[in-house]
Write a protein that binds this ligand. Sequence first.
Ligand code: FCA
Length: 329
Amino acid sequence: MKFPLLLTFRALAALTVLALAAHAAPAIKIGFLVKQPEEPWFQLEWTFAEQAAKEFGFTLVKIGAIDGEKTLSAIDNLAAGGAQGLIICTPDTRLGPAIVAKARGAGLKLLAVDDQFIGANGQPMTKVHYLGISAGKIGEDVGKTLAAEMKRRGWTPADTALCAVTYDELATAKARTDGAISSLLGAGLPQNRIFKAPVRTTDIPGSLDAANILLTQQPNVKHWLVCGSNDNLVLGGVRALEGRGFTADTAVAVGINGTDCIVELEKAKPTPFFGSMLLSAKSHGYETAKMMFQWIKDGKEPALDTRTVGVLITRENFRQVLKEQGVRD
Ligand code: FCA
C-alpha cells in the first residue's frame, strides 16, 4: 500500500506549499500622495490614513509631490516598491490622463481625493474613483454665513463689498467661491459689490498679494466680506485687510477646511476671520485608505464618486467640534 501513502504525502506537500504561499502573500502597500504637504489639511489626511494603516495592518507610503514630474516619478517608485494602490491629491488636475496611464501600467488601483482629475477634453474624469467635498454647497454655506453676519451688524450693500479670493483653475476651488458668490447675490448683495482677487499661488503669500491688489483698487469700501477656496486663501485676505486697519468690527471672513485656521481662532483678540467650514479630514484620510485597502484585499470596489459635507466652526464652538471630530484632543 505504498501508492496511497505516497499520494497522502503529495497532498500534504501541496497543502504546505499552498499554506506557505498564502502566508507569503505580498503585504499590502498603499501610496498617499498630496500636492501641498505643508498644509495642515493634508497633514491631517495623512494622520487619519495612518490610523487606518495601523488598524488594518498595511503599509502607508506618504509622498508630497508639488509638481507633475515628482508625481509621475513617485508612481514609478511606488510600483517598483511593490505598492498595489495609490490615493492622490494631484498638484495639477490636468495630469489626470498621465496619472491614470501610469497607474494602469504599474497595476496600481487609483483613488483621487480632494481634487478631481480633468481629462484631455477639459471635463472631469468621472470614471476615475474620487472622494471630494460637496464644493458648491459648502461655498453656498460660506456665503450664507457672511450674509447673516452682514445683516446682524447692520451693514448695507452700499458700504459693504465682497473680496472673493479665487483660484478658478481648480474646479473644486471655483465651485466653492462661485457658491459663496451666488448665496450673497441671493441675499441682496449687488453684483457690482462683488470683487474677485485671483491668486497666482494657493498659499497665504499668494492670497495676500491678490487681496492687496484689490484693496488698492477699492479704497472706499467701509466693510469687507471675505471668502476663498480654503482657509489659507481667506487668511491671506484677512492679513491684507489688517494691513489696512480693518478689524473684526469692520470685516468678516469665512474659510473652508477648518484645519488651517486653528491658530487664528485661538488668538485672544478676534480678527476678521469669523469662522470656517470644517471638512472631514477623517473621511478624506481614514476612509479613502480603508476603501483602498478593502479594494486591494477583497476586491471590494469603492463608490465611483463620494462627496463629503462641511460644518461651520467659529470662535465659540471650534474647540468642541474639533474634539468631536477627532482633530484635536
Ligand atoms: C483642495 C484644497 C485643500 C482642501 C481640499 C479638500 O485640495 O486645496 O486645501 O480644501 O481641497
